[in-house]
Ligand binder design. Structure first.
Ligand code: TXA
Ligand code: MG
Length: 324
């Protein structure tokens, strides 16, 4: 796996080509190294989760080179424009409502109706985003559970055998991840403290709701259940469906059973992850009384797929959504 220094004149063109082909490139930002994939390709985004070994689908940050690139992707209100003008490029991530029909993979949002976006303050990251011409989804470039990398060597140690290229831009200046602020509600909410302080944010946005424990991170998955399910009931480990139910299949068994849709006829878990949210949305929209899902192997990306499906199938509290 090549580690290419920033000074190499061909590096950006090669890296952008790898990203557009659906593979992974680690690159420096001002906060930490990111593990990048083309945010518009379901399979490329699924590969991020596979490489990190994440046991669940945590939504990812989409990186863009400038605020204008967000116009087709998300809805920006006055607060968003103020925050962008004050802090971008820089270590601030804004969670904004997704535009319906936008080109981003639903896997980037882990099925949520919002997207986290930021413009990084790093010349190499910005040059890569411009050269690639697509929004780049990038979590920190480390295996799940390890610390975030601030040197190319950290990325190689953690993920070297799992990714296609590392762009080496030296040490990251900020060293902690971006601050995450949710602007989808009435009052701005701080979801993750980071590179921009609460005080600086409040000077621009007014009082922030402290919502750190309600982050979409895996510490508190129960809080998120209401975001994660189709409107109809979901039944797991099904071998067949009733006449009112759609059957969501996996592998050859799905073909034999005549599944309505198949997450991966060949039994490929990366393909299944890439299809998961889009297929659930599609079956839900088609008005079936329920979705019966065939068993998914519980290894590799199957862990994250099954985590997501268990949330979707969790018992529902009529007042509060889901109780899990
Ligand atoms: O500094 C950073 O932000 C780095 C660099 C590479 O940009 N990226 C990073 O990504 O830290 P990641 O995936 O490790 O963290 C993303 C954070 C998580 O806490 C996630 O729950 C939150 O952003 N997040 C992403 N999308 C969200 C959404 N739609 N709603 C709420 N929270 C979201
Ligand atoms: Mg991280």
């Amino acid at each position: 796996m090549p580690v290419i220094p920033f000074s190499d004149p061909t590096a950006l063109r090669v890296a952008a080509g790898i990203l557009r082909s659906g593979s992974l490139v680690a690159f420096p930002t001002e906060t930490v190294y990111g593990l990048g994939a083309d945010a518009t390709q379901d399979r490329a985004v699924a590969r991020i989760y596979e490489a990190k070994g994440r046991p669940s689908f945590n939504p990812l940050i989409c990186h863009v080179p400038d605020p204008e690139s967000l116009v087709p992707l998300v809805h920006c209100d006055e607060r968003a424009r103020l925050a962008m003008a004050a802090f971008w490029p820089g270590p601030l991530t804004l969670v904004l409502p997704r535009r319906e029909g936008c080109s981003l993979s639903p896997l980037v949002s882990a099925g949520l109706p919002s997207v986290a976006v930021r413009v990084p303050d790093h010349p190499l990251a910005l040059a890569l985003l411009r050269e690639c011409g697509r929004p780049i989804a990038a979590p920190s470039a480390n295996r799940s559970g390890s610390i975030s990398p601030t040197l190319a060597a950290h990325v190689v140690a953690s993920l070297g055998d799992r990714i296609d290229m590392v762009l080496d831009g030296g040490a990251c200046g900020v060293g902690v991840e971006s601050t995450v602020v949710d602007l989808t509600g009435r009052q701005p909410a701080l979801l993750r403290p980071g590179g921009i302080s609460r005080e600086r944010l409040e000077a621009v946005l007014g009082a922030l709701v402290w919502d750190v424990d309600n982050d979409v991170a895996p510490h508190s998955p129960g809080q998120l259940l209401s975001h994660y399910a189709p409107s109809c009931p979901v039944r797991l480990d099904a071998v067949s469906a009733s006449p009112e139910e759609a059957l969501l299949g996996f592998g050859a068994a799905g073909l034999t059973a005549g599944a309505t849709l198949n997450l991966s006829p060949s039994g490929d878990l990366v393909e299944a992850a890439a299809n998961l949210f889009a297929m659930l949305f599609k079956l839900d929209a088609a008005g079936w009384a329920g979705i019966a899902v065939m068993p998914i192997p519980d290894h590799g990306l199957g862990l994250a797929i099954n985590d997501r499906l268990r949330r979707a199938a969790a018992p529902r509290d009529p007042r509060q959504g889901f109780i899990g």
